[in-house]
Write a protein that binds this ligand. Structure first.
Ligand code: 9WO
Length: 254
């Protein structure tokens, strides 16, 4: 997988892309990233990339000619999709990350402070993605979020033990609780079942706790999900627990 990132602040990308898993994935050749400076495509002697908006108003607008030169220089005659990171895009999620991970190459366009000329959006941008409903100073951090979310899905990037967890999120539930030693800390115990070595019971406990978390914190995720027989049964058990609690959550595990 190859990412081309177009930005006015290439230096913002140095740390996050070279550290940890993203750094390793690049070293091992599973992913490559080129960061390009949009300003290199400004042709005047002051390297101007923006101008005042037609119709007046606050802010500046990134110039169509500069942006199109930058996009065309990177894209060449390839069919690589151009993704613009903006609060006005479709909200990015795990399913989109999985779709993007199937592609050989992506061009990510980050604006900074200013909006882009609408003609770029209409004729050169294929998808507009938002990472959530808030405004940042630019699309650089969102571009890094997309690179991170997509890269970890590429075969070979994560170890084998992690792929189960990925399945667990991709089955549309929040993750179950995790514990490690000691089994007792200041009187707080790890749930018995996790110490039992009984793998079926452990899997069932984890699925139930994943369902509990999802229903308590993100009921919207459950509404979208197709439930298995086991999941329906566990949800019935949880509903019985909730009514026994008289709608007050006294469960120790949450
Ligand atoms: C800047 C500005 C200045 C004066 C008046 C109005 C203004 N609006 C903006 C503005 O919205 N700037 C954005 C900054 C332009 C596009 C790039 N920027 C951006 C991207 N902020 N937040 C994102 C973003 C991208 C993806 N997901 C979440 C947030």
């Amino acid at each position: 997988m190859h990412f081309d990132i177009l930005t006015l602040f290439p230096e913002m990308f140095a740390g996050p892309l070279t550290a940890s898993i993203l750094g390793k994935a690049q070293k091992s050749g599973l992913v490559s990233v080129d960061v390009w400076n949009i300003r290199d495509h400004a042709l005047d002697k002051h390297k101007i990339v923006d101008d005042t908006p037609y119709g007046g108003g606050a802010g500046m607008v990134l110039k169509v000619d500069v942006l199109v030169r930058a996009i065309e220089a990177v894209k060449g005659d390839s069919e690589t999709p151009v993704i613009y990171l903006s609060p006005q895009g479709q909200v990015f999620n795990q399913d989109m990350a999985a779709q993007l991970a199937k592609l050989p190459r992506l061009i990510l366009l980050s604006g900074h402070y200013e909006e882009i000329d609408e003609r770029v959006r209409q004729h050169w941008v294929d998808f507009e993605l938002s990472i959530g409903d808030y405004v940042l100073t630019g699309g650089e951090l969102p571009a890094m979020v997309v690179v991170d979310a997509v890269t970890r899905l590429l075969p070979g990037v994560l170890g084998d033990e992690s792929s189960f967890q990925q399945d667990s999120f991709q089955n549309g539930l929040l993750d179950h609780p995790h514990y490690t030693r000691p089994a007792t800390f200041r009187g707080m115990n790890v749930p018995e079942v996790l110490l039992s070595g009984h793998h079926d019971n452990i899997a069932r406990y984890r699925l139930k706790e994943a369902l509990r978390r999802t229903i308590m914190r993100r009921p919207d995720l459950l509404e979208k999900k197709d439930l298995s027989m086991e999941e329906r049964q566990l949800l019935d058990e949880l509903a019985a627990e909730f009514s026994a609690e008289g709608r007050v959550n006294t469960n120790e595990s949450d």
